[in-house]
Design a binder for this molecule. Structure first.
Ligand code: GLN
Length: 481
C-alpha cells in the first residue's frame, strides 16, 4: 500500500474494490506513522485502539451493505488542542501532560460518524501560541520537506503529518494564521473556514472570538470533504452558525472564468522576495484561466498585528485562568497556601510564551488601560472587517501571500518574539474579520521550499474559495504558466 500518497478518493476506491479492509488500512497507517514519526516528531501520541475500533465499524457497515460515510477508512490526525475522549490531550503544554478529557470535540465526533479513523494527536505550539511549533513543551516538529526547518505553527504537527504522508488529512486550529501558515510552509492545503462554520465545542480555548477548527489535506478536494463532514450548527457551541452546509465538492467544477480577483496592495508592496515572485506568477496563471484581476486597498492592514496581539492576549489571559492546579491534573507539590499553589503550578506548568501573553493580556484588560488598548483594538478590528466588506463589494475573492517568507531554520527566530509575530502579518487580518481563507500550494523557491497562496472570500462563501483553489491546483500552481 502506497499509503503516504493516498487521497480520500483513493481510500474509498480501495475499500469499494475490496483491495483492503478499513481494519487493514488502519493497521498499515498506524505502522507507517510509528515508523516515520521519529523523523519529524509531528505526532505526540497515537491511539491505535480508537482507530481500530472505528475501522471495525466501517467494515461492519460495508458488510451490511450500508453507506460507510464520506470519510470511510480515512486516517485522520487531530491537533492536540482538540479534545478526544479517553485520549490524552496536552495542548503542547506541561500543564496538561497527563490530561485525559472525558468528552470528544464535536468536530471529532462528526468526522468519526463520517467513517474517519482517528490515528493520533499532533504536536503544536503550547495552547496554539506560536508560528513555528518551537513553543511545544514536547520538542519542535521538523518540516518534512526540509528537516532543518520549522513546519510553521501553531498547527505544525497537523501540517507535517499530511506533508509526510503519515495521515491522509488532519484537523488544526487557527486563531491568527495557525492553519494557513504551516500549510504554506509544508506545501499542503490548509483551510480556515468562516468563524462559526465549525463548532468550537471541545477546542481548547485560546482566544474564543478568533478560534477556528479547520482541515488540512494534500488536495483541495480532500480538505473540502473533511470540512463538509465537520461543519454545521452545533447546539453545544452558541457561536456556531445556522447556515446550511453546501456540498463543497460540488463547487470543484473549474468554473472560474469571469471571477473577479482583488490583489491587496498593502500586502504586496514590500514583497520583493521569491515569495512575491511566486505569488505574481500564480496570479498570471489565474488570469490565464479567465479571472479578472484588479488592485484593492485594505488600509487598516498596518494595525493588524498590534490589534491581534491585544485582543488575542486579552482573551487568552482570561481563558488560561482555568489552569489553576485545582482542575486539569497538574498541581505543584510543596506549596503551603492556596495562592502559593496557584503560583507554583502556573509558574512551572506554562512555558515562556504563554506567560508573556497572560501578562500582556492581563495588562491590556486592567482598569487603567482597558480603554487605551483593548477597546481601541476592538475598534480597529471593526475597521479591518470593514476593509474586507468594501473589498468584496468590488471583487469575489482576494488573492494574497500567506507568509512573507518560506519555512525558516529551527532556532532562527525563537529569541525574537516580534520577528516571529511578523510571520502572521498576512493571515491575521482574515482571522480578525472571521472570513474563510485557505492556503494552496503555489510553487517552490530555488531552495525547494514550498510557498502557499492565500485565497480569501466573503463569509460562508467557502464554495468560491474552494472552486478557485481547485482550479489553481489542477493548473499546477505557479508552474502552470
Ligand atoms: N502565530 C499566531 C500566534 O502566535 C497565530 C496562532 C494561531 O493562529 N493559533 O498567536
Amino acid at each position: 500500500m502506497e499509503i503516504a500518497s493516498f487521497t480520500i478518493e483513493r481510500v474509498q476506491q480501495g475499500l469499494r474494490a475490496r483491495e483492503f479492509s478499513a481494519a487493514e488500512l488502519a493497521r498499515e497507517a498506524l505502522r507507517f506513522a510509528e515508523a516515520e514519526n521519529p523523523k519529524t516528531n509531528a505526532f505526540l501520541h497515537l491511539c491505535p485502539a480508537r482507530a481500530l475500533a472505528a475501522a471495525a465499524r466501517v467494515d461492519e457497515k460495508i458488510a451490511r451493505g450500508e453507506d460507510p460515510g464520506p470519510l470511510a477508512g480515512v486516517p485522520v490526525a487531530i491537533k492536540d488542542v482538540i479534545v478526544t475522549k479517553g485520549v490524552r490531550t496536552t495542548c503542547g503544554s506541561r500543564l496538561l501532560e497527563h490530561y485525559v478529557p472525558p468528552y470528544d470535540a464535536t468536530a471529532v465526533t462528526r468526522l468519526e460518524e463520517a467513517g474517519g479513523l482517528v490515528l493520533g494527536k499532533t504536536n503544536c505550539d503550547e495552547f496554539a501560541m506560536g508560528s513555528s511549533n518551537e513553543n511545544s513543551a514536547f520538542g519542535p516538529v521538523r518540516n518534512p520537506i526540509a528537516p532543518d526547518r520549522v513546519p510553521g505553527g501553531s498547527s505544525g504537527g497537523s501540517a507535517a503529518v499530511v506533508a509526510q504522508g503519515t495521515a491522509v488529512v488532519s484537523l488544526g486550529s487557527d486563531t491568527g494564521g495557525s492553519i494557513r501558515q504551516p500549510a504554506s510552509f509544508c506545501g499542503v492545503v490548509g483551510v480556515t473556514p468562516t468563524y462559526g462554520r465549525v463548532s468550537r465545542y471541545g477546542l481548547t480555548a485560546f482566544a474564543s472570538s478568533l478560534d477556528h477548527i479547520g482541515p488540512f489535506g494534500r488536495t483541495v478536494h480532500d480538505a473540502a470533504v473533511l470540512l463538509g463532514a465537520i461543519a454545521g450548527r452545533d447546539p453545544l457551541d452558541a457561536t456556531s452558525a445556522e447556515a446550511p452546509v453546501p456540498d463543497y465538492t460540488a463547487a470543484l467544477d473549474g468554473q472560474v472564468k469571469g471571477l473577479k480577483l482583488g490583489l491587496p496592495v498593502e500586502y504586496l508592496k514590500n514583497l520583493t522576495s521569491e515569495t512575491g515572485d511566486l505569488i505574481a506568477r500564480g496570479v498570471e496563471v489565474l488570469k490565464k484561466q479567465g479571472c479578472e484581476v484588479r488592485e484593492i486597498s485594505l488600509p487598516a492592514t498596518d494595525y493588524a498585528i498590534a490589534c491581534y496581539y491585544i485582543i488575542a492576549t486579552a482573551e487568552a489571559s482570561s481563558n488560561l485562568a482555568r489552569y489553576d492546579g485545582v482542575r486539569y491534573t497538574r498541581r505543584a507539590v510543596g506549596a503551603d497556601t492556596l495562592s502559593e499553589m496557584y503560583r507554583a503550578t502556573r509558574g512551572e506548568g506554562f512555558g515562556a510564551e504563554c506567560k508573556r501573553r497572560i501578562m500582556l493580556g492581563t495588562y491590556v484588560l486592567s482598569a487603567g488601560y482597558y480603554d487605551a488598548y483593548y477597546l481601541k483594538a476592538q475598534k480597529v478590528r471593526a475597521l479591518i472587517a470593514r476593509d474586507f466588506s468594501r473589498a468584496f463589494e468590488q471583487v469575489h475573492v482576494l488573492v494574497a501571500p500567506v507568509s512573507p517568507f518560506p519555512a525558516f531554520k529551527l532556532g532562527e527566530k525563537i529569541d525574537d518574539p516580534m520577528e516571529m509575530y511578523l510571520s502572521d502579518i498576512f493571515t491575521i487580518t482574515g482571522s480578525l474579520a472571521g472570513i474563510p481563507c485557505l492556503s494552496v500550494p503555489c510553487g517552490k523557491t530555488a531552495e525547494g521550499l514550498p510557498v502557499g497562496m492565500q485565497i480569501l472570500t466573503r463569509h460562508f462563501d467557502e464554495p468560491t474559495m474552494f472552486r478557485l483553489a481547485d482550479a489553481f491546483e489542477k493548473a499546477g500552481g505557479a508552474a502552470g504558466l
